[in-house]
Design a protein around this ligand. Structure first.
Ligand SMILES: [Zn+2]
Length: 310
């Protein structure tokens, strides 16, 4: 496992971000991504080197071939306005997922949390402010960690995902959580691009306190990366990656953003993509892999992992 890298560059980016127009930011990211994609052609979207099974591995419950976990990070009020479209669609198809919120970036009503849970879906925390500065200094982190722990308690939830997949697993152990999901198996397009090379959950044990957190790395490319940054017009990469994870008995964990899904006619807006891409993926899993997967909420797979392997 690699330690976090490039923290100074990341901070510099976030200080400059407010003064760079969004269109230019996107243009730069697209250009950089083209170079990164060529450079990482042997380890993205699939790193064929990382298919080892975890130590003491037995199997998924009922001998299922793979595990499926769906997650949505909510970036803004636009994302909140799409939540029920997503819940209805997933529920109608027999799926469930988690919605992760940044409560000090936009308003998150308590009733929304209650309603999501009532439908059998999960709520998690997606940082606080989503400003890229959560891990900027130890002092700032401690200040925010106290507020994060308060939200976890008030909302009665146990999952955390960092904004922009930033992570410092040693510090993350300060949160009162069962699991964190701020890392990935392979993703050279993220600002902190230290891949964790696992398509299974794993434990992180704090070097200072001995406390353990279950880490759930995402294993499919994120929607923004595929459709906006890399300008893909199909979901073929998702399908190809799923097929490979299934062959290796791993965990398919996908993070998509309701903010970028076009459920009406917003497709001309930057960063939007048709929700039918996501729907097509769910249909693909449901039909091609019928009865072959165990479908968990993030908190459920974390609990399974804890009970089985701790
Ligand atoms: Zn986010």
């Amino acid at each position: 496992m690699k330690k976090s890298i490039r923290p100074r560059l990341i901070l510099l980016f976030y200080y400059l971000k407010p003064i760079i127009p969004r269109k230019i930011q996107l243009f730069i990211r697209q250009k950089v991504a083209r170079i990164l994609r060529a450079f990482h052609k042997n380890d993205w979207p699939i790193n064929y080197q990382i298919k080892d099974l975890p130590e003491n591995w037995e199997s998924w419950p009922e001998g299922k071939q793979f595990a499926l976990v769906l997650r949505h990070d909510v970036e803004s009020l636009r994302g909140i306005s799409n939540i029920w479209n997503l819940v209805e669609m997933e529920a109608a198809m027999g799926f469930k997922s988690s919605f992760n919120f940044s409560p000090e970036r936009y308003e998150v009503k308590k009733e929304l949390i209650v309603e999501i849970k009532k439908r059998g879906f999960e709520v998690g925390l997606h940082g606080l402010l989503h400003d890229g500065k959560l891990y900027s200094t130890k002092k700032e982190f401690h200040k925010r960690a106290m507020r994060i722990n308060q939200y976890l308690k008030d909302w009665d939830i146990n999952g955390f995902v960092s904004p922009s997949s930033h992570h410092n697993l040693e510090w993350i152990c300060d949160f009162n959580i069962l699991y964190d999901s701020s890392t990935f198996d392979t993703d050279p397009f993220e600002p902190q691009n230290d891949s964790y090379n696992s398509i299974f959950p794993f434990f992180y044990k704090s070097e200072n306190t001995g406390k353990k957190v279950i880490e759930l790395p995402y294993t499919l490319p994120q929607d923004l990366t595929l459709f906006t940054i890399l300008k893909e017009k199909t979901i073929n990469i998702w399908k190809e990656k799923i097929d490979w994870i299934v062959e290796n008995n791993g965990m398919v964990l996908l993070n998509t953003h309701p903010d970028y899904m076009d459920f009406g006619n917003e497709s001309k807006k930057k960063c939007m993509y048709p929700y039918t891409f996501y729907r097509e993926l769910l249909v693909y899993i449901k039909t091609k892999y019928k009865d072959q997967y165990i479908h968990y909420l993030p908190c459920e797979i974390a609990l399974f992992w804890k009970n089985k392997y701790e």
